[in-house]
Design a protein around this ligand. Structure first.
Ligand code: GLN
Length: 258
């Protein structure tokens, strides 16, 4: 008897929040599922679209400039209660950079104006103003004892409120704010991070964690085990990102493009 495994993956605002190829996160999940005989239905969700997280297994949101964040803010707000409910019900979320900021309590943009977030994470983000240096470069952080890698470029600094768990701890790069050594946030199965890259293609362990959590939520004890894939290319990309982060000429991005 063949069993059809299905995961519904929603990508919020892919046209607007897609810095440094964040949409690649959906591609990575799709491929890693399909290779294992799991159907991944990817649904883009734009402003005003009829969609609710009710039938979703994984929700992805990428990063964007303040301008784009402002454009999606009120639509996201309308969906806030449903998304919080989804997270409380163990729904899987990956929110990157600008998306991560809007999944927190609020983000004060570079012009000083506050954008209200949807409070999935108990965190606040603030941009110190246009004259302050942005946090740019390759990041290496430790997540559950192993490295995660990515590229960051953000002006906003995120601070986690007491009791809010971080996603990872920074080894190289700025992470949430360049000060407390913390990277991202995690609430139940919702992960927030500043890591672009896109992050999932070069961190296959994280990609598989999202898939496994979603399968477990949907199928319980009947969830299929994830067989290992040929990850040589992904691991090479991971190794190159590690190398770049620890090579000063590579990580000083300004110099590199000067
Ligand atoms: N506009 C936000 C900031 O500068 C987010 C940037 C991003 O998503 N890379 O902090």
């Amino acid at each position: 008897m063949s069993v059809d495994w299905v995961l519904n993956v929603a990508v919020l605002y892919p046209e607007l929040l897609n810095l440094y190829g964040d949409r690649g996160n959906a591609r990575a999940l799709e491929r890693r599922c399909q290779t294992r005989g799991i159907d991944a239905n990817v649904t883009p969700v734009g402003i005003g679209d009829r969609w609710s997280p009710e039938h979703a297994d994984i929700v992805l949101v990428g990063g964007g400039q303040d301008r784009e964040q402002r454009r999606v803010q009120s639509d996201l707000h309308r969906r806030g209660a449903a998304l919080r409910e989804f997270v409380e019900d163990d729904g899987v979320v990956l929110a990157v950079c600008g998306g991560f900021q809007l999944f927190g309590q609020h983000y004060r943009g570079w012009d000083g104006e506050i954008m209200e977030g949807i409070a999935v994470f108990d965190a606040v983000a603030a941009h110190p103003g246009p004259s302050i240096r942005r946090c740019v470069g390759n990041v290496v952080a430790i997540w559950e004892g192993e490295t995660v890698v990515g590229f960051e470029n953000h002006g906003g600094r995120t601070y986690l409120n007491e009791g809010q768990q971080a996603f990872a701890s920074v080894v190289s790069g700025f992470g949430n704010n360049g000060g407390d050594g913390l990277e991202g946030a995690q609430r139940k199965n919702a992960f927030g991070t500043y890591l672009h890259g896109a992050v999932l293609p070069k961190n296959p362990r994280l990609a598989d964690r999202l898939i496994a959590l979603a399968l477990e939520r949907r199928y319980g004890a009947d969830a299929p085990a994830l067989e290992p894939l040929d990850d040589r290319a992904a691991l090479r990309a991971h190794a190159e990102a590690l190398h770049a982060a620890f090579t000063p000429a590579e990580s000083a991005i300004g110099r590199r493009f000067a």
